[in-house]
Design a protein around this ligand. Structure first.
Ligand code: MRU
Length: 362
């Protein structure tokens, strides 16, 4: 098995949750020691940690920290308000809500009745740790399925993979989703090169994906987002792999702004286009992508670059954090339970998730 990245985005140390501050990367590796739910919330809102699976895992830590140092057992109403506050940190990635639902059920069933807050904290922290390891394990399985699928789809060649945003160890609890597949392709000698979209305006590609690739000697080249379609036209892209923030029941999915444009360009050029996600990122309560809440962030993040305003003071900006890819542009969906191929539609997705959700709970 190929080795994991040495990068760890977050971890528990004693009773503190340690977070690598991604706003400082790649220049500095600065770690923050978080001790309360509100500090975790701030880190998510400010994007000191980000990426759908990592936001979910961090929310489990934030929920556990509600019990740290409490003198009395934490009452249901107090815990409910902590979860509501964490759940409102960012709107698009469904993992945040999924993990908080899980922590709430765990609290109701096993924690609420504990005699002391210390016992409660120990149980909640252990559950948070399990959630972190579980994500790591899912990523390894996704990567293996992704590599096997690509070996079948595009045999006998080293691949030139284009990716968007950051979906690696810094967006998850290790290895990554789309970047996890890329990491494993590299380890198997099947990767020619990664095209890394810089991912305006937060530059998760140029700052974070390139950082992960550079740390591990993965051959990569950073491009402006607007270069991607032209590289496809020139025959320099074999496959596009992306992460997912929320996938609806019909396969429409939200991901970092710019993903939709990539899907259109890949479709036009006949290039395979695949999202890579854990089942946790499906939201089967919504029929299609029109129901996904798209985060809108401050326009300063777009109009100010390196501390300097780049547009006239009178200009406003529109900073949508995500867009939605329609399912008909998706070639296949890579998950920890295998690859959904053929028609990407509601029937196929419901059958697949029903079969494997049972396995997941076992
Ligand atoms: O705004 P971000 O950086 O949290 O957005 C991240 C993405 O869009 C990722 O592609 C997605 O969360 C999947 S991460 C495995």
């Amino acid at each position: 098995m190929d080795r994991d990245s040495n990068l760890v985005a977050t971890f528990w140390e004693g009773d503190e949750y340690v977070v690598l501050d991604q706003l400082e990367l790649p220049a500095h590796k600065r770690y923050l020691r978080l001790k309360s739910p509100s500090e975790v919330r701030e880190a998510i809102v400010m994007m000191r940690l980000r990426g759908a699976p990592l936001i979910g895992a961090a929310a489990s830590a934030g929920a556990a920290l509600a019990f740290r140092g409490a003198e009395e057992p934490v009452e249901p109403a107090v815990f409910a308000s902590v979860c509501a506050s964490l759940g409102s940190a960012r709107p698009t990635a469904v993992n945040l809500m999924a993990v908080l639902d899980e922590m709430r059920s765990f609290y109701d069933e096993e924690v609420a009745g504990c005699a002391t807050a210390a016992e409660q904290f120990a149980l909640m922290q252990r559950r948070s740790l399990e959630i972190h390891w579980r994500d790591h394990d899912r990523n390894r399985r996704m990567a293996q399925h992704g590599v096997d699928w690509l070996r079948r789809l595009l045999p006998d060649k080293r691949l030139r993979v284009l990716t968007h945003c950051n979906t690696g160890a810094l967006a998850t609890c290790g290895h990554g989703t789309a970047l996890g597949v890329i990491r494993s392709l590299h380890a198997a000698g099947l990767l020619e090169q990664v095209w890394v979209d810089e991912t305006r305006p937060y530059l998760q590609g140029a700052r974070l994906t390139a950082f992960e690739c550079a740390e591990e000697g993965i051959p990569h080249t950073v491009i402006t987002d607007s270069t991607a379609a032209y590289l496809m036209a020139r025959g320099q892209v074999d496959v596009v792999l992306t992460g997912v923030d929320r996938m609806a029941a019909n396969g429409d999915y939200a991901n970092k702004i710019g993903t939709y444009g990539l899907a259109v360009a890949a479709g036009y050029h006949g290039i395979p286009f695949a999202p890579v996600l854990p089942l946790e990122s499906f939201d089967l309560t919504i029929a299609d992508g029109t129901h996904i809440v798209i985060e809108e962030r401050a326009d300063d993040e777009l109009l100010v670059f390196n501390g300097r305003r780049i547009a006239p003071a009178a200009s406003s900006g529109l900073h949508l954090g995500f867009d939605v890819v329609p399912h008909r542009l998706v070639t296949a969906v890579v998950t920890e339970h295998g690859v959904i191929e053929g028609s990407i539609d509601e029937e196929n997705i419901r059958t697949f998730t029903r079969r494997h959700a049972v396995a997941d709970r076992a």
